[in-house]
Design a protein around this ligand. Structure first.
Ligand code: NAD
Length: 495
């Protein structure tokens, strides 16, 4: 596919902009819309239905009625599996369109959305579908005059609130297990990236998912999101986004019906390179992709690079050389590795952190500027600060952009102390050729995922989520299915 072809396709791209409620595309009840902006050039893509509390009330009522009817919740798992597999197939068949929507809406490189986002979305739905008719419940070991069953039942109505950095993939991490276990799901995409969620709902309906099982409410967090989180007829709330919003949602759950809450939040992940690694070049290349991939807008971005003193100068030199390969460019060019920042506000936030780094006297090794201004889009160079100390704000706060803080250490113990000295605990990584160090280090790192001699390894079989303020609950793997179910104990006395 050459570059021209993707631009041509964009010119001919059609997509829906309305909410999906009870199987129908609908305007918001208020009639309001909000603008959806293309981050690559600042232009208006479309006006999107701006759902609020009234739409949430309607969708929740529909979801409850659909759930209670049993049309999905009571289906035999094998039947749900068949429909979800069809849904996954339709995503696969439409993956070019899904990839293009993601690039258009979120500024992500088309090579990434084609290579990861679109196929990963389909794979997640299919994986959960495949799992659901292979899970058994339990019989407790009781006395002979009783039969005690431990069974799982769907929660009921699940609200999923997701961010903009991987709009379709994050949605699929919620949809896959929640739908497979029989829930009715209301998805609220980020107001910054609503297009793929609406498209997914259309594909689900085409696959035969009954109306009302999967609804989409585009809108703002403080309107649609908050109304979902406070709704007394929403039984489960599954979220991916910032820690600040995650904390608010826990409060909303407490103020309303104590709905089950699963928060996947932010990170400031440490990436350690020990001097004994025999893969130094690979470690440095990986350190760069860990902060530049998806413009650094990744919850598991390796944003703190901890380097052992004896290789510090060499690593810095290699980082500087390698950063040149990550210059941002038009997301629709197939050779673009880093695309546009999601919007102007996020770009300004990243630039303000770059200023903070300079003010706190970290050394700017490279980058630090907005580039490609003439496009009207939001692009930032890969930016590397060296001589960063652990107490600096750029070493502590999630920036969510291509800004790397490099910190020197002398011993592994010191590196682990620095790595763990954070409110977050999503991911961590260690490069070493010493197996004992690798194992001891990975045990000591307080993070939901530890990468040894890689970064971002994993697939659907592995749980994903955080320690500490990076969240609770886990997405992916069979463990994710558990959170969309209630556990029921049934004690049957035998006559
Ligand atoms: P965000 O918290 O600003 O928004 C996430 C979602 O919450 C959006 O849909 C938004 O509309 C909604 N929201 C905002 N305020 C709300 C409110 N008051 N009530 C209800 N809903 C509300 O996050 P973002 O900027 O979209 O995404 C970036 C964040 O997501 C980063 O912190 C990143 O680390 C995190 N993230 C975490 C993971 C993970 O799996 N742990 C994955 C991807 C992103």
């Amino acid at each position: 596919m050459d570059n021209q072809t993707w631009s041509d396709r964009l010119a001919n791209l059609t997509f829906s902009t309305q909410a999906v409620i009870n199987g129908q595309l609908m305007d918001a009840i208020s009639g309001k819309t909000f603008p959806c902006i293309n981050p690559s050039n600042g232009s208006l893509i479309a006006h999107i239905a701006q759902c609020d509390e009234a739409d949430v009330n309607l969708a929740a009522q529909v979801a409850r009625a659909t759930f209670d009817s049993g049309v999905w919740s009571q289906l035999q798992p094998a039947e749900r599996k068949a429909t979800l597999l069809k849904f996954a197939r339709l995503i696969e068949e439409n993956q070019d369109k899904l990839a293009l929507l993601e690039s258009l809406d979120a500024g992500k490189p088309i090579s990434d959305t084609l290579g990861y986002d679109a196929p990963a979305t389909a794979r997640c739905i299919a994986w959960n579908a495949e799992a659901i008719d292979k899970l058994y419940d339990e019989v407790a070991p009781t006395t002979a005059d009783a039969l005690a069953l431990v069974t799982r039942e769907p929660l009921g109505v699940v609200a999923a609130i997701v961010p903009w950095n991987f709009p379709a993939v994050m949605a699929s991490w919620k949809l896959g297990p929640a739908l497979a276990t029989g829930n009715s799901v209301i998805l609220k995409p980020s107001e910054k990236s609503p297009l793929s969620a609406i498209f997914l709902a259309e594909l689900a309906l085409a696959a035969g998912l009954p109306a009302g099982v999967f609804q989409v409410l585009p809108g703002f967090g403080y309107e649609a999101g908050q109304a979902l989180a406070l709704h007394n007829d929403v039984d489960g709330l599954t979220f991916t986004g910032s820690t600040a919003v995650g904390k608010k949602l826990l409060t909303f759950a407490g103020e309303s019906n104590l709905k089950r809450t699963f928060m996947e939040c932010g990170g400031k992940s440490p990436h350690i390179i020990c001097a004994d690694t025999d893969k130094l070049q690979k470690a440095v290349d990986t350190a760069l992709s860990a902060i530049c991939y998806n413009q650094g807008e990744v919850c598991t971005a390796g944003s703190r690079l901890l380097v052992e003193r004896s290789i510090y100068s060499e690593v810095i030199e290699k980082l500087k050389q390698g950063a040149a390969n990550w210059q941002p460019a038009d997301p629709l060019m197939t050779d673009t590795r880093m695309g546009a920042i999601i919007d102007e506000a996020q770009m300004e936030r990243i630039l303000s952190y770059i200023d903070i780094g300079k003010q706190q006297e970290a050394t700017l090794l490279c980058g630090g500027q907005q580039v490609l201004q003439a496009t009207g889009g939001y692009y930032i160079e890969p930016t590397i600060f060296v001589d960063v100390t652990p107490e600096m704000r750029i070493a502590r706060e999630e920036i969510f952009g291509p800004v790397l803080s490099v910190i020197v250490f002398d011993t592994l113990e010191q590196a682990i102390d620095i790595a763990n000295d954070t409110e977050y605990g999503l991911a961590a990584g260690i490069w070493t050729s010493d197996i004992s160090k690798a194992i001891k280090g990975s045990r000591a790192l307080r993070a939901g995922t530890v990468f040894v001699n890689n970064w971002d390894g994993g697939d659907m079989t592995m749980p994903f989520g955080g320690y500490k303020q990076s969240g609770n609950g886990r997405d992916k793997s069979l463990h994710a299915l558990e959170k969309y179910t209630e556990l029921k104990s049934t004690w049957i006395e035998l006559g």
